[in-house]
Ligand binder design. Sequence first.
Ligand code: ZN
Length: 132
Amino acid sequence: MQKIEHLGIAVDNLEEANALFAKLLGASHYKIEEVDSEKVATSFFKIGDTKIELLEATAETSAIHGFIKKRGKGIHHIAFGVADIEAEMERLTQEGFELLNDKPKAGADGKLVCFLHPKSTGGVLVEICQDK
Ligand code: ZN
């Protein structure tokens, strides 16, 4: 793992959350992106060397919809940047972590991503991501 690439925050209204986080951080989001495969709309804020990713569900089948229903809006995942996602997935599997996908998939912000099941990471949804 190289760094904390971003923190993911589940929101129920992206427009309102964008305004709130712009006020909080003193800077506007720099990008909005829909990830159709995940049924989410995302926006990104730069904060120093890392980022905040806001995630709004675009369909009821979205994991973000389920998350908010179950646990309410708020911090959803922590994403670690890695240099070689396949090697890292292999290492984490060897270490006994449960991966939620067996191949890297296309995520937001031009990344390949893989998620780890929170039950294997002390309750924290962990994403690892690599620049494509
Ligand atoms: Zn993320």
